[in-house]
Design a protein around this ligand. Sequence first.
Ligand code: FES
Ligand SMILES: [Fe+2]
Length: 429
Amino acid sequence: MITAEENNLLTRTDPKTPCGELLRRYWQPVALSEELPPEGAPLRVRILGEDLALFRDDRGRPGLLALHCSHRGTDLSYGRVEDGGLRCLYHCWLYDVSGCILEQPGEPGGGAGLREMRHPAYPCREAGGVVFTYMGPGEPPLLPNYEFLTVPAEQRSVTKILYRCNYLQGNEGNIDPVHLSFLHQYLAEGRPPLQRVVPGSGDTDNTLLRRDIAPAIEVELTDYGLRIYTSRDSGDGARYLRVTNFVMPNLAAFGGSTVGEGYSVHWHVPIDDHSHWKYVFMFSRKRPLSKELIDKARAELSERYELARTRSNRYLQDRATMATQTFTGMGFNFQAHDAFATESQGPIQDRTEEHLVSSDKAIVAARKLLLAGMADVGEGRDPLHVIRNPQVNDLLHLQVFSEVVPSSVDSKRHVRDRVAEIKRAYGKS
Ligand code: FES
Ligand SMILES: [Fe+2]
């Protein structure tokens, strides 16, 4: 349980709020590249409580501008993309991607005050199939060289999903290893397809998660956030070790369908305090992703990136299937289970009413990191995982593992060895 004041601090992300200021110190996804094709229409977007117009100029560069025209406030997302910028439909002012006003054609002489004025604009970068923006002050930090952004395009996929709840609920679900033994359990072994057999054992993740439902959890502080070690007894002197991560300030890396040769990431970007986009990344460092895998990541998702199962249709829960198919009766798509679990906590979970237990230790640790990050920003320091030095912009030590190991194995040493193997494969030490 935390105080109402702490809950407000952790969940409010509008401009000028401490958490909003923290999130603005990092590059954040603002759209999928596929939403902004060359010569496509501008998009009206809302992120961190701000309404903006995102467009791709006629040179292919993404630009993110305050939604309302600096002249008299018309919505720029309806504008014309031409002549090196975005043109307002009302009186034809033309803006470039950096917010410079290039033309005021209705003014005698083309506009005298043109040069002095600057329209609010945020810098954008594109990587890994996503348009990122930096909404903070000063010089933007480096976009982290995450593996999921830098592997060849055919080895990664990304989509996004609308969640109608505060971003923190989504993020706290990622770093809660215990719910995997319950919420996402499939009762009929062998379904759905693509279930893997865990290395070091003859069992699926589903079976091992069910075999020991009360794991030992250990949390380790890293330079990007938290590494979370979850150990379950898998029988015969072995244990099922899962290593996942909280990455400052609003993402997490976990196993997913490519674990063993990659991992998945959920990046929770506030639309406002009551809704967020979950950007879902998946990659393999070894091979192109199959169509089957990519389609699975988009299961039950509409063209507007909304799940078919929502609170308004009670997540299409079918209680008849709760005895034979899934624990939830909500189908096999784990994203829908997560939507149910987190959205039903309320638009902003009232954490003054919760009762944390020992297995919530990663959640407690992540909240502390976020609060420490807010304090850093308040005192003028860069918070954890803001990277400015290209020499240290290497995230190969951010890794996910899910395997059965002998009980005697030291988890931290095991992870160090496995990370060293991955670095060697990239020709790095
Ligand atoms: S309101 Fe946009 S140009 Fe006048
Ligand atoms: Fe989940």
